[in-house]
Design a protein around this ligand. Structure first.
Ligand SMILES: Cc1ncc(COP(=O)(O)O)c(C=O)c1O
Length: 280
């Protein structure tokens, strides 16, 4: 399908024709949630896990939508292109209210929007990225994939002004996750990632990496990572659906270990790419 076609509230249309009201609560309050789902050559990747997370986000913000996985898939399928690798963006807001009021309106129809963008090549990322540690200034519901992303935007911007591709967020002396990614470190040949909680988004890429590590006999621990451990880690990875597994080779201006992409990253990336192959 034409890349510029998008879905809005039951219809497909060119991006330029997709319009919403200024009274949409997504616009006024960031009152909505979203998903980003990779689709390789027309096949949605780990789709049921993305739907489960969307349902979790919707339930956490008390927004009821009685769509099952098949219904979501029907909505997204016309946006898929067999000749491309795409990132499918799906957003649901609480909808358009009669007036601006923080309290939920009693009757309202959610706004549902979806678009597809090409996934950018990962070669430069996979050569190793720079990251900076910053205080985690986000709210207490980080398990919700909320469109309310102002803190993440400011953190990523701060990282960008320091020529860094990501910010690693620090809270109470622990490294939590990236501004738009999950965190893994290698210490003594062991893979460590912070446990699922309301302090992190439960990434689908995180889950795939944990599955691959366990299936291949790499020792894994889901536990807190202190800032001191982050600073002496043998490898640091940041993961997300569209940027996969990013090896961090510089942290706060210092090389991570030898300042090169690590051998366990190489191994994990091979497992990850092989795991993708059936859907390519
Ligand atoms: C804050 C945050 N953590 C983690 C992730 C990674 O999630 P996933 O692997 O499902 O893309 C993202 C993705 O955008 C994110 O924004």
């Amino acid at each position: 399908m034409n890349q510029s076609l998008v879905y809005l509230n039951g219809e497909y249309m060119p991006l330029k024709d997709a319009k919403i009201s200024v009274l949409d609560r997504g616009f006024l309050f960031g009152d909505g949630v979203y998903e980003v789902i990779p689709a390789y050559k027309g096949e949605l990747f780990y789709f049921s896990d993305h739907v489960k997370r969307l349902q979790h986000s919707l339930q956490r913000i008390s927004l009821e939508i009685a769509y099952d996985s098949a219904k979501w898939q029907n909505i997204l399928t016309p946006l898929l292109d067999k000749n491309r690798n795409q990132a499918i963006y799906l957003q649901v807001t609480r909808g358009v209210a009669a007036k601006r009021d923080h309290v939920f309106p009693e009757i309202i129809t959610p706004t549902i929007f979806a678009m597809a963008n090409d996934i950018q090549p990962l070669d430069s990322i996979q050569a190793g990225i720079k990251a900076v540690t910053l205080d985690d200034s986000r709210w207490g519901l980080c398990d919700v994939k909320a469109t309310t992303l102002l803190a993440n935007v400011l953190l990523k911007q701060q990282a960008s002004t320091q020529q860094c591709a990501e910010a690693i967020l620090i809270k109470d002396g622990n490294a939590i996750e990236g501004a738009a990614s999950n965190l893994f470190v290698i210490l003594n040949n062991t893979l460590i990632t912070p446990p699922k909680s309301s302090k992190i988004l439960a990434g689908i890429t995180r889950q795939i990496i944990l599955e691959l590590a366990r299936a291949n006999g790499l020792e894994v621990h889901e536990r807190e990572i202190t800032l001191a451990e982050l600073q002496i880690a043998d490898e640091i990875w940041l993961t997300s659906s569209t940027r996969e597994i990013m090896p961090v080779i510089h942290l706060d201006g210092n090389p991570v270990a030898a300042g090169k992409v690590g051998s366990i990253w190489q191994q994990m990336n091979t497992w990850f790419q092989n795991n993708k192959t059936p859907t390519l």
